[in-house]
Design a binder for this molecule. Structure first.
Ligand SMILES: [Zn+2]
Length: 616
């Protein structure tokens, strides 16, 4: 029922208090209708009003999902089944007029028709519970223990989750608090089940939709080898058990503290290349149990489930996980050195050939990822991927640390130190400065250049870093469509003190609450058309051929040049406005190749071997 009264809206919820049990029951009366039914019983409550909230996002997927919109048929009752009035007071908050009832029972439906790791899904043959999109919590009571009972449809046999089973209660699980509940997805259906142990710790593997021709025993053996290599590197198996949810349909994964949701096309495992790509993807989500779930920036836990949790350091949390996903496979003997170097060179090519690197840095990409509402970068022409770029920055950090420490330290030492110091001892995330300090301490030298690469769109000199391991980076070029001017920019908010008066210049933003933005030139590559035209770092680009300048406008103007032509940039410099014509040059695609240098020194060879060898 819906009960509307001003009194609910005008009263703030009193102190919510709960010292009794909190228990969910999830049933699936008609799975083909994509609708779960959820019952939540809260015992031991005190207070006139009780606020129940559903998270706005799922940790690991950096976009506001607005899960509350999937909830229907919400109702509240007391222990005797009397309806309690309620009102929706924010997008994701239901305020129940409990009138000091000690028990509130909620009933609601959750619709799930999207197959994705951050969304609940229910269909005729399987169900996947992304817990942030399924379970509400009592406001202010995230620390409260909770149980979940799953009522299986007929003929469904399996429940796979990182949650602890409650002894003596079939299909019932418990979490010590709601952070753990929200970190434990649940796969339901008739999936295959396997187990292996590493250092006595059980690892469960639930598999669905992978063709019968794929060798299960090889999959399990390779996962065990991968987990062994990763945990040996970190020096610890940090969980009591771990569950791999292997969902052989869809794409994308989400990491958790003792499980991972992995969606992939099950048919791709049938070729050696596809199998290795799968293993690398699984290793990425697995390695996250260290990097991001435990080793993490301050902003990434404890979480605020009501809004975006912004950080500059997804290039560390995601990018270094991309870096380690393959490095761990090399250490495990599952990927060869040549395969590794070929993949790294291809990643450099992808990054260098896309125009986004002229407009966005790794730290900006990290911060802005929420803007696209999808957890991934937006317009690929004017943004970069902190995954791809972060992995390259990880390699550069690792090589520089190895070189600076006389090959005695590596990025592994940084990861282990962050794990010990911040996760185990201080029990918190680290700041940007603390991460840098840990890296520079291991390198015994400044890593200013690499951190500048991370925070600007400056052209990276990869060759110098790979040379530290006796490798050379060769480049071949070929012409491709579009033009090139060699200019890098950043989009920044205009400080309020610099905003023109209301009647001032037009342009983007500044009205209706949106921040006013401006496009600032960060550098012009030496010898490039931009540099030849006299453009300078700090120039503010106001207009491109008479159109107000934004990164997409500038990019469109350059790429529209099928043949060489000219664009005119209106620029503000030192308080004056000037027009600067720029001759657009041909665009070239570059292909990179990493190979052994002709005569590497003994220290360079030692670094290469320490970096890219199978662990003994
Ligand atoms: Zn990731």
């Amino acid at each position: 029922m819906l009960w509307r009264s001003l009194s609910i809206l005008s009263l703030a919820a009193g102190t919510c208090f709960a010292d009794g049990d909190m228990a969910f029951t999830v049933s699936m009366p008609q799975p083909a209708n994509h609708t779960y039914h959820v019952t939540f019983r809260c015992d031991g409550l005190r207070g006139e009003l009780q606020d129940f909230k559903m998270p706005q996002w799922s940790p690991g997927y950096y976009g506001v999902a607005d899960y509350a919109r999937n909830v229907a048929n919400f109702r509240a009752e007391d222990a005797a089944g009397h309806a309690l009035p309620w009102e929706k007071v924010t997008r994701n908050t239901w305020r129940v007029v409990a009138s000091n009832a000690p028990v509130v029972v909620l009933n609601y439906d959750v619709f799930g028709a999207i197959t994705f790791a951050a969304n609940p899904y229910l269909g005729e043959d399987r169900g996947y519970i992304s817990p942030s999109g399924m379970f509400v919590h009592l406001a202010g009571q995230l620390q409260h223990p909770v149980t979940v009972e799953i009522r299986l449809p007929p003929n469904w046999k399996q429940i796979s989750t990182g949650l602890e089973a409650v002894r003596g209660s079939p299909n019932t699980f418990e979490a010590p608090d709601f952070d753990v509940l929200y970190d434990c997805p649940i796969l339901i259906g008739n999936q295959e089940y396997f187990q292996f142990d590493v250092q006595g710790v059980p690892h469960f593997v639930a598999i669905e939709n992978v063709g019968a021709s794929v060798d299960r025993s090889k999959m399990i053996a390779d996962l065990k080898t991968m987990v062994t290599a990763a945990t040996r590197m970190m020096g610890e198996v940090p969980y009591k058990h771990y569950t791999f949810l292997m969902m052989g349909r869809g794409a994308g994964g989400i990491e958790h503290s003792n499980s991972s949701s992995n969606q992939f096309d099950g048919t791709t495992l049938e070729t050696p290349e596809g199998y290795l790509r799968w293993l690398s993807f699984i290793c990425h989500e697995y390695f996250h149990n260290f990097n991001v779930k435990r080793i993490r920036p301050l902003a990434l836990g404890p979480f605020d489930y009501d809004q975006e949790n912004l950080t500059n350091m997804l290039w560390v949390s995601e990018g270094l996980s991309v870096y380690y996903q393959d490095l761990v496979l090399v250490r495990a003997g599952l990927m060869t050195r040549d395969q590794y170097l070929a993949k790294m060179a291809a990643a450099i090519g992808n990054f260098e050939n896309a125009t986004g690197r002229h407009y966005q840095s790794a730290t900006e990409s990290s911060w802005n990822t929420w803007n696209s509402g999808s957890g991934v970068a937006g317009d690929r022409n004017t943004t970069i991927s902190y995954y791809n770029n972060g992995a390259m920055l990880g390699a550069m950090l690792d090589l520089k640390i190895r070189d600076g420490s006389g090959n005695r330290k590596s990025l592994d030492d940084v990861m282990r130190a962050l794990y010990r110091k911040y996760y185990l001892q201080k029990k918190r995330g680290f700041t940007d400065a603390e991460f840098r300090a840990e890296c520079e301490g291991a390198a015994n030298t400044s890593l200013g250049e690499i951190f500048e690469y991370a925070s600007t769109s400056r052209q990276v000199e990869y060759g110098r870093y790979f040379a530290l391991a006796g490798l050379k980076l060769d480049v071949t070029t070929e012409d491709t469509p579009g033009g090139y001017i060699g200019l890098n920019t950043r989009t920044e908010e205009i400080p309020p003190s610099e905003l023109p008066t209301p009647a001032g210049r037009g342009g983007r933003g500044g009205r209706g609450g949106a921040p006013a933005l401006r496009l600032v030139l960060t550098d012009a590559a030496a010898g490039s058309p931009a540099a030849m035209a006299g453009l300078q770092p700090g120039d503010r680009i106001l207009a491109v051929d008479g159109t107000s300048a934004t990164a997409p406008v500038l990019n469109d103007a350059i790429t529209a040049m099928a043949v060489v032509g000219r664009i005119v940039l209106r620029v503000s410099r030192d308080g004056a406005e000037i027009n600067i014509p720029v001759e657009v040059a041909r665009n070239v695609k570059r292909t990179f190749l990493l190979s052994k240098a002709d005569q590497p020194s003994a220290p360079q060879t030692a670094i290469l071997n320490a970096w890219l060898s199978k662990s003994p």
